[in-house]
Structures are given as structure tokens and as C-alpha cells.
Design a protein around this ligand. Sequence first.
Ligand code: PGA
Ligand code: ZN
Length: 428
Amino acid sequence: MTAVEKIQAWEALDSRGRPTVAARVVLDDGSEGVATVPSGASAGSHEAHELRDGGSRYAGRGVRTAVANITAVLAPRVVGLEPAEVDAALAAADSSASFTTVGANAVLAVSLAVHRAAAAAHGRSLARYLAGDDGPLLLPMPMVNILSGGAHAGGALDIQDFLAIPVGAASFAEAIEWSGAVRDTATRIALARGYGQAVLVADEGGLGLPLETNHAALELLIDAIEAAGYTPGAQVAIAIDVAATQFLRDGRYRFAREDRDLTSEQLVAEVGDWCDRFPIVSVEDVLAEDDWDGWRYATEVLGPRVELVGDDLFVTSPRLLGRGIGDGVANSVLVKVNQNGLVSGATDVIALARSAGYRTVVSARSGETEDSWLSDLSVGWRAGQIKVGSTHRSERTAKWNRLLELEACEDTVFAGPWPDGRPVKETA
Ligand code: PGA
Ligand code: ZN
């Protein structure tokens, strides 16, 4: 049996140049694990608490307090424990529901680094260690950001993400190749249509184009899929992350660029209309985080047609996902480990979703690092789908590259192609 011998922590930088927490855990057999945590911009208000210092350093975003909490509060409780005991000890270290005192960023850095160290102690990849068996691992179907709006692109579009899903690809490598072709073709089309210098690379590596309407973004995406040589729907389908929490104003959903205010029902009808016209197979956060009545309606109307994913709605919380399952709300869950704070907590969400027939989409944050543990988690959990941004920007390619490495080096199967371009219900 190995036990935790030492924990070190420091302030690192994320892809937006903001501070984030990193930790290194050493076990008494010499195995070690290092991990860096990500950070969201369109974060849900019910997420586990990300502790920031305030004050003047880094515009108040410093994480020295969280780093100090690792060494002063968490390490004394964790040193001497076996890796499998650590997450429970971390949970007990902060009696608040969402790690308000210690900081979920502090907790997650330790949780991840311990899992990495434990995998190293077993001489296994983190993916294989998390799977806990010797069966084939599952490479997820990628959902790749092509056009970005909302909080990730200075409000260039109201809808946050327009993504390509290479549903017809037969391997993960082919899925990335097709996605990259669509991303590059979208750039060429944008330049040809005169966007010139306005072709900005947004926070997740997608194009930040100031298009007039959300509809125009969907049209450009279809044009890019076709011009890249793929059949829309059958080979490359579309996903959107509406991220509706971001544009709820006084009880109405505000499309600022179109100067329209919509009720929940009207927004659902609008998205339904897009689903009629475009091969959209997955819709995330179609309504805001606390609009449960609207979500019930949305699930009745859109649930039978598309994958309806709860991100801000469920915030990777077993309690909120349990409520959604009980209420028949959504049919899929986005899994962001830092919304929860613990690897084991996110693992519980995967298990709960699976038991209820909800699909699981593992996701990065808009503020990421070059760390690629997320890829191992998605494969080890056999989650079936992953969303980490575009094929541009190194903090994004780090995840794709790790998945390509796992495809080359581990015993894996790929989650695609999706029959009829639709998500497969069972991913386990
Ligand atoms: P965030 O966005 O990381 O900025 O919260 C990602 C998402 O909404 O899916
Ligand atoms: Zn989202």
C-alpha cells in the first residue's frame, strides 16, 4: 500500500493569462502526480466555489490563498492516507457545500494530482487507472468549436458555441482530421466574405465573427462543412451551446445582436426552428440555470429530437442532476470536474447519469491549461463524448493530442461513427 508523503502547490497561469492552482503529490513509493485546474468564464452560479484573492494582484484573480490552503489546511489531512482515501478527506476538510472556505480550485488540484500519482504507482495511464478494468477503453466523439460567441468572444454572437460533430468518422484520428478541415474552411469562408481582420480566435480557439444573427452562424457552419467536402448531418452534424444563463435579462432571453427579447417558450421555439433547418443533434443550456419550468417544457418539445445537455443547470452536481432526473429535465449532462471540485464527485455524476439513461459529455473550461488529464478522464470513464474547444490553441490541442496518443497506445474503441448521425444511447 502506498500513502501520500508530500504535497506542493503553486500559482500557475491559464490560457487567458489568469492565475490558477497547480499541485504536485508525491507518494511514499516515489510515484508522483502533477495537475493544474481550469477556470470558466460563463460559469454557473451553483458551481463549486473558485477561491480568488481579490486585491490588486492580477486584478483580484490571484490564487495565493487557495495555494496556501493546500499546504496549511489540506496537506495535513491528506498526508499519510492511501490515495483512495483522499477525496473523502478533502470533502471533510471544508464543511460548506461548495468548498467556499478552502476553495474548489485548491481541492481539485490535490484530487487530480493524487489520482495521477496513484495511476503512476500502478504503472498505468490515468485513463486505465480510472477505468478500473482491463476491457477496451472508449475514445469519445469530439464536439469541436468552430464559431464562438457570448462570453468567449466579446459577445460577437449571442449563442456561445457553434460546434461540429464528425458523426460519420470511424476513428478518433479521423474525427479530428475532419473537424480541423471544417475549422480551416470556416476561416477561409470568413476571409472570402470580407471579415478580414475581424477573424478573431476566441477563448476556446473558435472564430469570433461579428455576424448579424445566430441563424447566419449556422449557415456559415453548414457552408464550411459542405465546402470541406462532407455531407451535413450524415458525416458532420452540428451542436450548439446556447449558454442561455448569460443573456437572461429581467426574465427575458435577450438576443442583443438581433435586438429581440424572448420568453422561455419563444427561445425553445427558435431553437426548434433551427433544428428543423439544420442538422443539429445536440443543444446545451437551451435555457438558464434556474429556469426549471422552462427546462421541463424544453425537454418535452426538444428532448425527443436532440441531445439536451445541462451545463449551468446541473453544474456536475449529483444533487442537481438527481433533481433533473426526477423531474424529467434534459437527457444529457455536461461534466466539468471543477464545477464539482472532486474527481470522485464527477465520477459519481457519470454513474448517476448512466443509471438514468442520460448521456455524458465531458467538457473543458474556457480558461484551460496545457494539462490534459481531462482526456484520460473521458476515456477512463467511457463517457462517450468530449468538448474541449477548437482545433486551434495549444491548451485545446493538448487534449486532442492526448486522445490521439491514447488511441495509438492503449486498447481502445471509438464512440463513432454514430448510426444515422445521432448519438448512441448506451455509451458504457
Ligand atoms: P466556461 O464555458 O468554461 O466559460 O463556463 C464552457 C461552457 O459553457 O460549456
Ligand atoms: Zn456550456
